[in-house]
Design a protein around this ligand. Structure first.
Ligand SMILES: Nc1ncnc2c1ncn2[C@@H]1O[C@H](COP(=O)(O)OP(=O)(O)OP(=O)(O)O)[C@@H](O)[C@H]1O
Ligand SMILES: Cc1ncc(CO)c(N)n1
Length: 261
């Protein structure tokens, strides 16, 4: 059985973070393991608070996994601080981790900061160069590329700028654009690939970013190349949003297991 690791924060309402990632791995029949960076008190209405684990304890979890299990792919989500990014980058390099997918989570849907401002430089310098794919949404891409993004041409330019930080490919997600189709654009330094979905009119979109990036990691673990892993993951997220669940008072979670019903 293929094995994937998620390095991310815990979401007590289980719509995003570690919990969404493990459900996504399971739905792809990939064995999922986790390294927790931070514990959030969170529900469908938003993040209330976050408690970061000490960096040495993040390191211990990484060592526990990599000295025992041969990991086929890694998904990285909420990292919170510069110290945690440093320890994660250093251990991933040391253990020669492969198929690394980074969702550079900066804000939650209710605007809670999941990455401190001073940590962004460390993300460029230490972590992005190790990644096979990074998956920013429009506000995150805008922050990383230091430019406004208002059109498809802006997205393409932002892809080029982000790729120059040393990752193998970048997927900018179009969920935050106001259009009927939701288009995600992948750039691998050579070609642009367009992944189009119909916009679903629902408020239940908690954890879409986490779920997409962990589906990409699961598909890389299964041996697919990046464009096909993204294509399959886009189909999966479209169905998971279409079948999303009316749980809680705010943004409900996705149905990770809609394919089995
Ligand atoms: N309403 C929608 N209908 C169809 N697809 C959507 C919708 N919203 C988001 N998506 C898709 O979901 C995936 C995640 O995109 P999104 O831009 O929402 O990420 P995100 O902002 O990082 O998510 P999160 O809020 O969980 O951090 C993308 O493939 C995007 O195209
Ligand atoms: C723990 C966690 N990671 C990521 C996100 C972004 O969706 C969230 N809301 N919570």
């Amino acid at each position: 059985m293929k094995k994937a690791l998620t390095i991310a924060g815990s979401d007590s309402s289980a719509g995003a973070g570690i919990q969404a990632d493990l459900k996504t791995f399971a739905a792809h029949f990939v064995y999922g393991v986790s390294v927790i960076t931070s514990v959030t008190a969170q529900n469908t209405k938003g993040v209330i608070a976050a408690f970061d684990l000490p960096k040495d304890f993040v390191k211990l979890q990484l060592e526990a996994i990599f000295t025992d299990i041969d990991i086929d792919a890694v998904k990285i989500g909420m990292l919170s601080s510069k110290e945690i990014i440093e320890v994660v980058s250093c251990r991933l390099k040391y253990f020669k981790a492969r198929n690394i997918v980074l969702d550079p989570v900066v804000f939650s849907k209710n605007g809670f900061k999941l990455l401190k401002d001073e940590a962004i430089k460390t993300l460029y310098d230490e972590l992005i160069p190790l990644c096979k794919v990074i998956t920013p949404n429009i506000p995150e891409a805008s922050l990383l590329a230091e430019m406004e993004i208002k059109s498809i041409d802006d997205i393409k330019l932002a892809c080029k700028k982000i790729l120059s930080f040393g990752c193998e490919s970048v997927l900018i997600k179009g969920g935050h654009f106001d259009s009927d189709d939701v288009v995600d654009i992948l750039f691998d330094g050579k070609d642009f690939y367009y992944f189009k979905g119909k916009r679903i009119n629902t408020k239940n979109t908690h954890g879409t970013g986490c779920t997409l990036s962990s589906a990409i990691a699961a598909n890389l673990a299964l041996g697919y190349d990046v464009p096909y892993a993204v294509e399959k993951s886009k189909e999966y997220i479209q169905g998971a949003i279409e079948n999303s669940l009316n749980i809680g008072l705010g943004f409900g979670p996705l149905d990770h297991f809609y394919l089995f019903k």
